[in-house]
Design a protein around this ligand. Sequence first.
Ligand SMILES: *Cc1c(COP(=O)(O)O)cnc(C)c1O
Length: 460
Amino acid sequence: MKRSQLRAIPAVEKVLQALGDAGLPRPLVLDVVRRELAALRKSQSVPEFDAVVAQIREALRELGGSRIRPLLNGTGILIHTNFGRAPLAERVIEAVAEIGARYNNLEYGLAGGRRGGRAAYLERSLAVLCGAEAATVVNNNAAALVLILRHFCHSGSAGTRSAPPRNEVIISRGELVQIGGGFRIPDILETSGARLREVGATNKTTLSDYSRAVSRETALILKVHRSNFFMDGFVESPGTEEIAALARSKKVPFVEDLGSGAMIETETIAGLEHEPTPAEVIRRGVDLVCFSGDKLLGGPQAGLIAGKAKLIDSLKRDPFFRALRCDKLILAALEATVDAYLCGEPNLPTLRMLRMTADELRRRAQVLCEALAGLPLRATAGSGRAQIGGGTLPRSAIESVTLDLAHNSIPPQEFAARLRDQPLPVIGYVARGAVKLDLRTIFRDQDAALLAAIRAACNS
Ligand SMILES: *Cc1c(COP(=O)(O)O)cnc(C)c1O
């Protein structure tokens, strides 16, 4: 690119004209143009006009690409945090559309004709699903945990002997984990005003470690499900029942962060281990359990809390609860999701994908391969290992089937980039000289779109 210190910065109007229709709202285009020109002004040397326009066009393309839009997930990772976690069921989407587009009884008691409670139906149905006395919901599981910690931790009044601090949270060293980006249990504790009281060792914690740590300053005992990694070998930790009995005898709340919130017996699916359900840990004696709405539950982003009615009521009276409450769209989506479980036929996309057999997928792969005949690539059915993802069941892999694409002249990394660059982007992974697209996470009704994207990638 030829640069000159003498060349003038082009006029905004002239650049706008040269850009033509960028497919973005005009104020956004204008903003990008102004920013890019301002950067040029600072850089002291100005490229030729065409190069300036090309650079701005690239910046616009990047901005447009960051807009939220659908894509085809060929990674085989079912609950992919980068891809919006759980896709929602049809009837869940219908509920969201219906409630979102018109007025509704969000906080209105129809019988009395006046202001009513919020989320009453959802809270009851969620409690029933979890086998708990009560339940409630906030924006995500991180928020649920922060609410619980803040609520039960009191720093006491400085200088008065009558109110000692009660803000220690007892947790095993084996559970001081990081879950995904920016979620570290020790940091969450700290921002919530809790003091960390670590017990045991990374691989071994005993009941007496817990018991010795309980004091007048204990606010609660926290158990965090190791959702995204596993430990093997010389490993020991007391059972939930034992910790629950200890917590009861010491009169401190026992809380478990379960993470994924599986409502089905995951071990009935080939390749999966058992994932504890909220109902199961409540039966074992935890006072409160919290988990995500958009992981294995298969619903929208939310943080669900279930357990003792007294504790749930108390959480809901906390002024901070108001700052974390869900809106009508999430409540509608969650209600429909929980209803689907209670009706005994949760026809949710994530569960359907889990249950798909390898034979089914192989047949689909064959049809796709035949449809791709004539293109300058070799399309074959390959084998893959799908995963739950979302920091869940890290040890489990489900036998899966991939569509393997090896282009005759384009290297796989570049072909993968071309697939990502389509109007409906396709994301796969490269292995053994081919782009692999796991069919378990690509919806069957997206097969035609998948074929179109592959053809376009060959021609682009
Ligand atoms: C995923 C996860 C969280 C965070 O949940 P979000 O809904 O993403 O806020 C917290 N704890 C555990 C154990 C998790 O697996």
